[in-house]
Unconditional design. Structure first.
Lengths: 201, 201, 201, 201
DNA sequence: CATGAATGAGTATTCATTCAT
DNA sequence: AATGAATGAATACTCATTCAT
């Protein structure tokens, strides 16, 4: 009976710290973010921070996972709302890529992550994201191409997801200098996805 | 007549420092690489290091560029030897990807770079590489598909190059845990390349 | 109730660090005084030093101010004990100058300051001292020469205070080589003071 | 026969180095002046610099002496042109002080010296200057007050010269914040000089 | 559990000076 | 005598982490 409130408090604390980390990162940039800044922003003592996270790395790792979750559910929501199952692959892919680009450009934290991917534990963000997109893509395929060979599918999706994610990241990193438009990028990427997955029979 | 040996010396020093940087990086990992370590490894005083590079960042940047060059020429050589122009796209792509993977796995420095891409100025490596592959791909296309629409080509190559590079990098980062074989990865990637570039007419 | 001990601790720390600075300065000379030396001498970690002073300069500045305070109160005490208001200007000036010289020669820190005025933020010492002597002189004048024109007074005091301070400092710097006795110096200086301030009516 | 050109070259070199030091000091400020900067400015190798001056200190010392000489001759010239012997003490003192202030404010090097007197071997400048003013004042007194007691004179001049020099320096250091005008300062200082030296009989 | 004062290892960089050529 | 490449000691300051209260 005592444990539940404790866990709740604990969860709230973790929450608070992660939000503080996100906020500090977005405001000051990774370079200028210290554990003490984070504790301050969270309105918590530095000692407490270390009660909940063994070290800075763990904090960053947890944040990346959390962001991964947010992105996932945001995508899921959107895709569901869109009733994506009813559209053809090209349309869905194109739409989701554009949505993703927009989401990143809107969020200062996402911005900072993209700019400091050097120095952030990006795997912690990408690994779950990879799994998520896999889990999202599979039902789609079950629906549209019932007899699609699953083993092949997994490998192809692995490749496509990473390809798309990184190309978008890199595009956004060097954006001001690039001539390609977002629309064109999305177009090519979704073409690529379709081309690899759904070759004309 | 006197100046040439000077320039030579200077070049040698730069060379030596870059090699020392590479070695230190490969041995101690980026985390534990200090400018003093590098100078030591180069058998040179720390003061000299700073005579040739304004700061640590410049050293790392230069190293990345140098590696990019090495990779480029290594690929070019290989591709030329292979007379790649005579082979179909699928074969060339597949071969070069496998060659690249092997090259990375053979080179401890490449290994370290892949593992610490966090913290390394990866753009300095990727930007030229991107250009290089573009320059390598274009003649191939001129030869094989004379009537290929060039504007599309550039965008597609941009996407494919980044997609391939990153997917390979990511594959190698998480390799021990992955079930996919290198051959399969290469296969899928080259499929993807062909699918996007050379749709069956 | 809890905060007072904290503030006390803080004050003690500042105290300790300033004393350590003074001691290190006196012992090793400014040239050879590092922040780490100071922290060591204070029996405190270098990190703590920087928790209380933003940088070395601030430490030195604070020390100068502190010394200025010490000198001021020492003078004030002495002058009060002496009931200087009851004596004529020449006597008071002469006495205080001799007292100052003696105080400096007795204090190894003062010695070091005089020898390394190069490299010390002397203004931080002189500005308040100037003000102090001004504040000390004015009541005296109000008392002795009620109808003394105040505006003139301020300018003259500014000149006299700086003149006296510096001449004494310079005298002490080059003392071993000088033939003039302290008494003579004090005599001339007090003569000068009287001559400028209190011309025979 | 060979030695004379050598000495000449040597002299020129010293000259050049001192001028380079002065220029570098004036342009970059003491803080940012390195021996290498100086050698560069002089158009001479750093090795040569050390052929003529054992270390940086010696260079600075020499510069201070040289400046002292310049100031002396500049004053002497001016005073002579003015036929100062024919004027009364107050006028001469007042004029020379104003001239000095102006000379300093006109010369960027003088400016820098005043601002970095911390860190410069000021004694090297002041000692000769003190002697110079002494030597300049004595004939004046011989002329005007033949029966002036010489021993007293020396002590008084010592005090007055230092007083005046420092008060002016300090005034110029804190000038922007001061309300007193240059004229007033000169006025008080010359009053002080007259008051101490030439009491109304 | 919370606090936050204290810790101290760790590091990039400067610059006066030397000495082989 | 001149050169200038090479030297390397020396130092201020940061920040993740601990632990006594």
């Amino acid at each position: 009976m005592r444990k539940i409130p404790k866990q709740k408090r604990s969860r709230e604390m973790v929450e608070r710290l992660l939000e503080a980390t996100a906020a500090t990162l977005a405001e000051r940039g990774l370079e200028d973010t210290t554990t003490n800044h984070i504790a301050d922003t969270a309105g918590v003592s530095i000692g407490s921070l270390y009660q909940y996270f063994p070290d800075k790395e763990a904090l960053l790792d947890a944040l990346m996972e959390r962001i991964s979750d947010k992105i996932s559910s945001s995508f899921r929501e959107h895709a569901t709302k869109l009733e994506y199952v009813n559209f053809d692959l090209k349309t869905v892919a194109n739409y989701l890529i554009l949505y993703g680009i927009d989401a990143i450009k809107t969020d200062p934290l996402a911005q900072e992550i993209i700019n400091s991917w050097n120095s952030l534990p990006l795997e912690k963000l990408l690994d779950p994201l990879e799994k998520f997109f896999l889990s999202m893509a599979q039902p789609y395929f079950v629906h549209h191409y019932q007899d699609y060979p699953i083993q092949h599918l997994e490998g192809k999706l692995y490749v496509l997801i990473n390809s798309t994610l990184f190309t978008v990241v890199r595009y956004l990193q060097s954006e001001p200098n690039t001539t390609m438009s977002e629309r064109k990028l999305a177009h090519i990427l979704s073409d690529m996805i379709v081309a690899l997955l759904a070759p004309q029979p």
